[in-house]
Design a protein around this ligand. Structure first.
Ligand SMILES: Cc1cc2nc3c(=O)[nH]c(=O)nc-3n(C[C@H](O)[C@H](O)[C@H](O)COP(=O)(O)OP(=O)(O)OC[C@H]3O[C@@H](n4cnc5c(N)ncnc54)[C@H](O)[C@@H]3O)c2cc1C
Length: 368
C-alpha cells in the first residue's frame, strides 16, 4: 500500500545498482531502517578482488556512525597506520613521521579490499542481493522508477540508487554523456609476502620523478601492498578502456626504483597483480534526477591521491540513509541529500585532482 508521500508500510522500496563498497554499505543502513532493499550486482559473485586500501579516519567514522559492529570487524581485519615515510628515487628518506596513537580517535587502517567487502556483504541478507543482474536502463513515472536488466527482468520501486562505479550506467539517466577523465598514469598494484621491506604499519611513498611514482604499505600478516604508477599518454582508441591490452610490468620503468623496492614488486605472483588506467570524473552538476540518485564513484570518482574514494562512498550512504529516515517526503529527502553532499564531494574531487596535477600527473587540463 503506497501512501501519498510514497512511503509504503515497511519503508520505501529501494533498488541499489552495484554491490561495491558504497552500495553494500547503503543497503545495510537502509535495511536497518526497515526499507525494502534490493541490491543488484552484474558480476556472478561479489567483486572481492583488488588490492590494499588506506581507509582514512573519516571513513572509519562513517562506518562507526552507521554500524559500530561492522566498524569493529574492519578494525580487526586491518592494520593501523603507524608511520608515513617519503623517499626519493635514490631511496633516501627526506620526510617521515610517526602517527600518534589516540584512544579517543579511530585509527587510519591499511586493509585488503576483499576483507572490507566480505565484512560488508555479511550485513546484507542473501535474498536482498541479486547477482548476474546487469542494469541496462531506467524509466521514471508518477509511481516511481522501473529498472531494466540485461536478462529482460525488471524491478519497480520508489527510489533507484546508482552505486555502479566510475563507468556507471545509471549515471546516464541522471547526467547523460559524462566521460571519465584520464589522469595520465597507468597503475599496477599488487600484494606480496614481505617481512623486511615494509613492516609495522609503515606507509612508504617514492615521490614522483622520472615519470614514475610508487607506494608501499604494510597490510599486516607479512603482506605488503604496492602501487606502481607510470606516466603514459592515452591513445584515442584506448579512451575509456579500464586497462591497456599489454598489462605486463614495464621493466625499464621499474628499474628506476631502488633495488629493494623493485624486488618487492618483482616477488609478487602475477595473479596478485592488477593493472588499470587512472581516471577520475569532472564534478557533476547534479547527483539526482527525479527518483534516481548517484552515490560513490558513480557520482564522484577521484584520483587515489587523497584516499578519499571509499570513505566518500560510505559518507554518501550514511547521509542518504539519514535523510530518508528523517524526512517524511522522499523527494525532499533526496533534494536535501544533494544539497548537503554536492559541495562536499565537489571539494573532494577538486582536492584530489589538484593533488594529482601538483605531483606531476597530467598538467594539461586545469582542475574541474
Ligand atoms: C589505484 C586505486 C587506488 C585506490 N586507493 C584507495 C585507497 O587507498 N583508499 C580509498 O578509500 N579508496 C581508494 N581507491 C578508490 C576506491 O577503490 C573507490 O572509490 C571505491 O571502491 C568505490 O566504491 P563504489 O562502491 O562506489 O564503486 P565500485 O567499487 O566500482 O563498485 C561498483 C559495483 O557496481 C557493479 N556494477 C557496475 N556496473 C553495473 C551494472 N550495469 N549493473 C549492475 N552492477 C554494476 C560493479 O561490478 C561493482 O561491483 C582507489 C582506487 C584506485 C583506482
Amino acid at each position: 500500500m503506497v501512501s501519498t508521500n510514497g512511503r509504503i508500510s515497511g519503508g520505501y522500496r529501494i533498488g541499489i545498482i552495484g554491490a561495491g563498497s558504497s552500495g553494500t554499505y547503503l543497503a545495510n543502513l537502509l535495511l536497518q531502517q526497515g526499507h525494502r532493499v534490493d541490491l543488484f550486482e552484474r558480476a556472478p559473485a561479489p567483486r572481492a578482488e583488488g588490492c590494499g586500501i588506506l581507509v582514512i579516519r573519516s571513513g572509519m567514522e562513517a562506518l562507526q556512525a552507521g554500524n559500530p559492529e561492522l566498524c569493529q570487524k574492519i578494525l580487526k581485519a586491518g592494520n593501523p597506520v603507524k608511520s608515513f615515510e617519503f623517499r626519493n628515487l635514490r631511496g633516501e628518506a627526506f620526510r617521515s613521521h610517526a602517527v600518534e596513537e589516540r584512544n579517543d580517535l579511530l585509527p587510519r587502517i591499511l586493509i585488503h579490499r576483499k576483507d572490507i567487502l566480505e565484512a560488508l556483504l555479511e550485513t546484507v541478507p542473501e535474498d536482498c542481493l541479486h547477482l548476474n543482474a546487469r542494469f541496462e536502463s531506467a524509466m521514471q513515472s508518477d509511481r516511481g522508477v522501473v529498472a531494466r536488466f540485461q536478462d529482460g527482468s525488471q524491478w519497480e520501486g520508489d527510489l533507484l540508487v546508482g552505486s555502479d562505479g566510475i563507468a556507471s550506467k545509471v549515471r546516464e539517466f541522471v547526467v547523460p554523456g559524462v566521460k571519465p577523465f584520464y589522469l595520465g598514469d597507468i597503475v599496477w598494484r599488487g600484494i606480496t609476502r614481505d617481512r623486511q621491506f615494509c613492516k609495522e604499519g609503515q606507509f612508504i611513498v617514492y615521490t614522483r620523478g622520472r615519470g614514475i611514482y610508487a607506494n608501499f604499505f604494510d597490510l599486516g600478516g607479512d603482506r605488503t601492498h604496492w602501487g606502481f604508477f607510470i606516466e603514459a599518454e592515452l591513445d584515442e582508441s584506448e579512451a575509456g578502456k579500464p586497462r591497456p591490452n599489454n598489462i605486463s610490468l614495464p621493466l625499464q620503468e621499474l628499474a628506476k626504483l631502488p633495488e629493494d623496492a623493485r624486488n618487492v614488486i618483482a616477488s609478487t605472483p602475477p595473479e596478485q597483480i592488477a593493472c588499470r588506467y587512472s581516471y577520475d570524473l569532472d564534478c557533476l552538476p547534479q547527483l539526482y534526477r527525479g527518483r534516481i540518485v548517484l552515490v560513490g564513484d558513480a557520482a564522484h570518482a577521484k584520483s587515489p591521491t587523497q584516499a578519499l574514494g571509499m570513505t566518500s562512498g560510505w559518507e554518501d550512504a550514511l547521509r542518504l540513509s539519514h535523510h530518508l529516515a528523517t524526512r517524511a517526503d522522499i523527494d525532499e529527502a533526496i533534494a536535501n541529500f544533494q544539497a548537503e553532499r554536492m559541495p562536499i564531494v565537489h571539494e573532494y574531487q577538486r582536492e584530489s585532482r589538484e593533488m594529482s596535477l601538483k605531483i606531476g600527473r597530467r598538467r594539461r587540463r586545469s582542475a574541474a
